[in-house]
Design a protein around this ligand. Structure first.
Ligand code: ADP
Length: 435
C-alpha cells in the first residue's frame, strides 16, 4: 500500500472511531470538528516546516517526519542532491574548457551580437593587447585596421583577413570570424608570421631567379640567331640542332616572362584606370590573328579564314589595369585557338548579364576532362595528354588569368566537355563598370 493510501485509511479509521464515540456520547459534531481541526493543524504545521526547509535551499538533511511528508522530503532532497552533482560536473567541464582554450596557441575571442567582447583567451589578450577591462567593449574600437573593419562589416567570412598584430607589427595574423548560435561570433587569429616569411622568400627566389635568367637567355638567343644566319644548310644535323635549340630557348623565354608576370601580379600594386574593353578585345583579336596567320601553313596561300568571331554586345568599360587584362584575355584566346582544330571557330563575346559583365571565350576543341577542370588554373599544371603530345606551353597561362581576374574582383568559370569544347567565362562585378 502506498503511503498516501495509508494516510487515507488512517484518516478514515480515525473518523470511524470518532463517529462511534460521538454516537455513544452524543458529541458527534464537536468530536468530528475537533478531528478536522486537528488534522488541518497538523498539515499546516508540516507545510510550515517544509516551506522553512525549502527556503534555506533544502541543503541540510530534512527534518524527521513520518508518512507522506517523509516521502515528499525525500524526493525533493534527492532532486536537490542530483542537481548539485550536475552543477559540480558542469562547473568542472567549464573549468576544463576554459583551461584548454586558455592554453590554445591561437587567439580566440567570443563576440556578442553587437561585436562586443564577451570572453578572450590568453593568446588573444597577448596578440591583440586586450585587458580584462575590455570585456563589453566593441572589438572595432580596439582593432582599428581598415581591412579588419571592412572584413567584419562585409559579413563574408569564407576567407581569413591578414593583419599585423596591434601590439607588435612584426607578428602577422590570419584573422577569421566563425558565426554560431543566434548572432554570436567567434574571432580566431593564427600567427602566420613564419608562413608569410616563407612565402615572401619563395616569391623573392622565383623573382630573382627569373630575373637573373633573362640576361644569359638573351645572350644565348643572340648567338643562336647569328649561328643560324651563318648556317649554310650543308649539315642537316646542325640545322635541326639550331632549330631545336631555338625552340627550347623560346620556351624558356616564355617561362621566364610568365614567372616574372606572376611575380609582378603578386607583389605590385595594379594601375587602375577606365579600360575600353571592346577596343582592347578588338585589338587583341587582330594581333592574335596576325600572329596566327604568320605561323600557320595557310599563310603561304595568303588567305587565312578568320578563326575568331568577336561579338561586342555591350559597350561597357571597366576599371582595371590594361596590361594585366590584355595578358589575361590573350592567354584565354591563345589557349582556345591552340587546343582546338585549325579549321574551327573560336567565339569571343563581351556582354552584360543582369548583375555581371561577362567575357565568354568558347571553342570547339578537345575540351578538358571534368577531373582536370579544378586543376588547370594551378601553376605548371598541364594535362598529361599535352605533356605526352608535347603541345607548346608553360602551364602558367591560366594561373596568370586567375590572378589577374582576382585582382579585378572577377571570377573565372570553366565549363568543358572532352571532345566537344570549352567555355571560359570571366565575370566582372557591376561595381567595376566605368564611363
Ligand atoms: P599551357 O596552355 O601553357 O599549358 P595554361 O595554364 O594556359 O598552360 O593551361 C593549362 C592547361 O589547361 C593546358 O595545358 C590544357 O591542358 C588546359 N587548357 C587550357 N585551355 C584549354 C582549352 N581552351 N581547351 C582545352 N584545354 C585547355
Amino acid at each position: 500500500m502506498r503511503l498516501w493510501q495509508k494516510e487515507l485509511v488512517t484518516g478514515l479509521l480515525l473518523f470511524l472511531a470518532v463517529s462511534i464515540v460521538g454516537g455513544m456520547t452524543g458529541l458527534f459534531i464537536p468530536l468530528v470538528l475537533a478531528l478536522t481541526l486537528g488534522t488541518l493543524m497538523r498539515q499546516l504545521y508540516q507545510i510550515n516546516r517544509f516551506e522553512k526547509w525549502i527556503r534555506t535551499g533544502g541543503r541540510t538533511k530534512y527534518p524527521k517526519t513520518t508518512g507522506v511528508w517523509e516521502e515528499i522530503y525525500y524526493h525533493v532532497y534527492r532532486i536537490k542532491k542530483n542537481e548539485k552533482k550536475r552543477k559540480k560536473k558542469l562547473g568542472k567541464m567549464i573549468d576544463q574548457f576554459r583551461q584548454s582554450t586558455e592554453a590554445l596557441p591561437d587567439a580566440a575571442v567570443v563576440l556578442g551580437t553587437n561585436d562586443e567582447i564577451e570572453w578572450a583567451n590568453k593568446a588573444a589578450r597577448e596578440v591583440f593587447g586586450l585587458q580584462q577591462s575590455d570585456k563589453g567593449q566593441r572589438i572595432l574600437n580596439l582593432i582599428r585596421f581598415p581591412e579588419f573593419i571592412r572584413y567584419l562589416k562585409s559579413g563574408n567570412f569564407n576567407e581569413a583577413v591578414i593583419l599585423p598584430s596591434p601590439v607588435n607589427h612584426r607578428i602577422t595574423l590570419a584573422v577569421r570570424i566563425i558565426t554560431y548560435g543566434a548572432g554570436l561570433r567567434l574571432l580566431l587569429a593564427q600567427d602566420v608570421t613564419q608562413l608569410k616569411k616563407m612565402e615572401r622568400m619563395r616569391k623573392d627566389f622565383v623573382a630573382n631567379v627569373s630575373h637573373e635568367l633573362r640576361t644569359p637567355l638573351t645572350v644565348l638567343k643572340g648567338y643562336l640567331e647569328t649561328l643560324q644566319d651563318m648556317d649554310d644548310g650543308q649539315s642537316p644535323l646542325l640545322t635541326t640542332s639550331f632549330q631545336q635549340m631555338q625552340g627550347q630557348t623560346e620556351r624558356m623565354q616564355h617561362l621566364v616572362d610568365d614567372l616574372l608576370l606572376l611575380t609582378r601580379l603578386e607583389t605590385h600594386q595594379k594601375k587602375t584606370e577606365c579600360i575600353n574593353v571592346p577596343a582592347l578585345l578588338s585589338q587583341i583579336c587582330k594581333e592574335v590573328e596576325t600572329i596566327q596567320s604568320k605561323t600557320s601553313d595557310l599563310s603561304a596561300v595568303g588567305n587565312l579564314p578568320g578563326r575568331i568571331e568577336l561579338s561586342l554586345e555591350s559597350d561597357v568599360n571597366i576599371m582595371g589595369d590594361e596590361q594585366e587584362l590584355r595578358s589575361a584575355f590573350t592567354n584565354l584566346l591563345d589557349n582556345a585557338l591552340k587546343y582546338s582544330p585549325d579549321d574551327s571557330v573560336v567565339k569571343m563575346r563581351w556582354y552584360r548579364s543582369s548583375d555581371t559583365i561577362m567575357l565568354d571565350i568558347e571553342d570547339h576543341g578537345e575540351g578538358i576532362a571534368t577531373a582536370d577542370i579544378p586543376r588547370v588554373t594551378e601553376r605548371f599544371y598541364r594535362s598529361e595528354a599535352k605533356r605526352v603530345k608535347k603541345v607548346g606551353g608553360t602551364g602558367l597561362g591560366l594561373a596568370i588569368v586567375k590572378h589577374v581576374l582576382m585582382r579585378h574582383d572577377a571570377t573565372l568559370n570553366i565549363s568543358s566537355e572532352l571532345g566537344k569544347g570549352s567555355l571560359f567565362s570571366c565575370r566582372f562585378p557591376v561595381k567595376r563598370v566605368c564611363h
